[in-house]
Design a protein around this ligand. Structure first.
Ligand code: NAG
Ligand code: NAG
Ligand code: NAG
Ligand code: NAG
Ligand code: NAG
Ligand code: NAG
Ligand code: NAG
Ligand code: NAG
Ligand code: NAG
Length: 397
């Protein structure tokens, strides 16, 4: 009897000691697949190394000789939600869920350009290697149909829904540009495809504003990726404002952000956030561990951007597409999941975990806590307490 009690005591002690790098979860969250990282892992004991410097290995994959830390990191890798800050729990809520709703067995492709179409209750998205068709996933029963695009769109990489229209960006083909898509019959119509006679590099992601004008990023990923028909860039990497009533194409930044990728407005439209994926760029496409992988905030006045501020640096992969929540937080796709940060403080609050996957983009059902994440291996659905901006405010992409 005595020895049994001693064993139980020892075992309780051992379990507590094992998890000393993790804080206890708030009690309402005890049924959620989550961990809370103690003190942001500010001090890693002993000797350790990043396990894959090329960019895909997140913090929980470090190699360490410390058994307790190794156990805590293995537990971290296995959960759906990783909190660095206690406020992350309020964002996810005590009924948070993460589901894989569509898988791509045996193919390792980049899935991008998720666009939720309320008229259809469908999530459109692209396999960026594809010429001529898109996927449309039913948001209720997860059945998939193909949309054949005509004329065909090449290597679709970004898109947005705005007031009854779908805008898509093509990354490949001899003529890259921004197109409108009719989601019923697949008809495509060019919106803008040149900068005064020069081919665009490869429009990557797009947002609309309250005046129905559009803003898009134009890095050279079509060239870096060697998509068919893409010649050497004729223009600097830039972010553009396109005035849909006058046809004027205005470069708004072409140096602060070296390799512009995702972009989204704050709810009040006074701030435009733009990600820079310089850490994964160049031809051939190269990963630079010391290259920047940032999100910048810019102040917006008309078609002029000013006052860039750094608000995020990913440790792993690169910040790709992202969304701003109704509470002003950013959910951004990266390698191994989606990071959740507060751009007003620059603090990383937590991670929606997708180990061994790379998340390229985030798309919510407007005004709800349903957030789709498009990855290499899966499409995920995260159900969170934190809601997206309502449909009337959805101007991000
Ligand atoms: C956790 O799940 C158990 C079993 O379903 C349930 O009895 C308990 O109330 C749940 N706790 C919380 C905090 O939701
Ligand atoms: C970290 O890398 C160094 C240099 O290669 C090596 O000597 C050391 O054993 C490694 N430590 C761990 C925990 O991987
Ligand atoms: C954590 O997982 C790694 C990889 O599977 C394994 O090598 C290591 O032994 C695990 N650590 C512990 C403490 O179980
Ligand atoms: C899924 O929903 C769509 C649209 O309502 C419908 O056309 C389709 O038949 C449904 N598929 C299944 C398997 O229920
Ligand atoms: C969509 O089209 C592609 C190419 O023709 C095909 O491989 C795929 O199976 C189709 N998917 C569906 C759901 O029809
Ligand atoms: C899309 O195409 C369908 C079928 O051709 C047509 O009925 C519909 O009006 C078109 N939608 C738009 C927005 O042009
Ligand atoms: C990206 O970063 C690398 C390494 O710092 C640098 O060589 C390269 O010129 C950068 N690319 C651009 C487009 O700025
Ligand atoms: C867009 O063009 C229209 C028509 O020329 C003009 O009135 C408007 O001021 C322009 N918008 C911006 C933000 O430049
Ligand atoms: C990890 O991802 C690769 C493709 O990116 C896939 O082939 C492999 O099956 C995945 N492994 C696991 C354990 O999910």
């Amino acid at each position: 009897m005595a020895s049994f009690e001693a064993l139980a005591l020892f075992s309780a002690y051992f379990t507590a000691a094992q998890s000393s790098f993790l804080s206890p979860l708030p009690s309402a969250y005890s049924n959620i697949s989550a961990v809370q990282i103690e003190n942001n892992l500010a001090v890693i004991p002993g000797d350790w190394n990043v396990s894959d410097l090329s960019g895909y290995a997140p913090f929980y994959d470090i190699t360490t000789t410390n058994t307790k830390l190794s156990a805590a990191l293995n537990e971290t890798k296995a959960v759906d939600f990783i909190a660095f800050d206690i406020s992350f729990f309020d964002i996810i809520g005590s009924s948070a869920r993460l589901e894989k709703i569509l898988g791509f067995p045996g193919v390792s492709h980049v899935h991008e350009a998720p666009v939720y179409v309320p008229e259809m209750n469908e999530l459109l998205f692209a396999d960026t290697s594809v010429i001529g068709w898109l996927y449309a996933l039913n948001a209720e029963n997860y059945t998939v149909r193909n949309i054949t695009t005509s004329p065909p769109l090449y290597n679709v990489n970004g898109g947005t829904y705005h007031r009854g229209k779908v805008y898509l960006c093509t990354n490949g083909s001899p003529v890259r540009g921004v197109y409108n898509l009719n989601w019923t019959d697949g008809t495509t119509t060019p919106v803008v495809n040149n900068y005064r006679g020069r081919k665009l590099n490869s429009p990557n992601d797009i947002v609309a504003d309250e005046n129905d004008n559009v803003w898009f990023t134009d890095p050279a990923y079509g060239w870096y990726t060697s998509w068919p028909g893409v010649e050497q860039p004729e223009l600097p990497n830039a972010v553009y404002f396109f005035n849909t009533s006058s046809g004027a194409l205005v470069p708004v930044t072409n140096d602060v952000v070296r390799v512009p990728n995702g972009l989204a407005f704050s709810g009040d439209r006074r701030t435009l956030y733009i990600s820079d994926t310089n850490s994964t760029s160049g031809k051939p496409l190269t990963k630079f561990p010391s290259g920047v992988r940032n999100i910048y905030a810019f102040s917006v006045a008309g078609s002029i951007l000013s006052n860039p501020r750094l608000v995020y640096q990913s440790e792993v992969g690169w910040p790709d597409g992202f969304r701003v929540t109704s509470g002003g937080y950013i959910i951004v796709g990266a390698a191994s999941g989606a990071d959740v940060l507060d751009p007003r403080t620059g603090v990383l609050l937590g991670k929606i975990n997708a180990p061994n996957d790379t998340i390229f983009n985030i798309e919510p059902i407007p005004g709800t806590g349903t957030w789709f994440m498009t990855g290499t291996n899966y499409i995920y659905k995260a159900t969170l307490q934190e809601k997206s901006l309502p449909a009337s405010e959805v101007l991000d992409g």
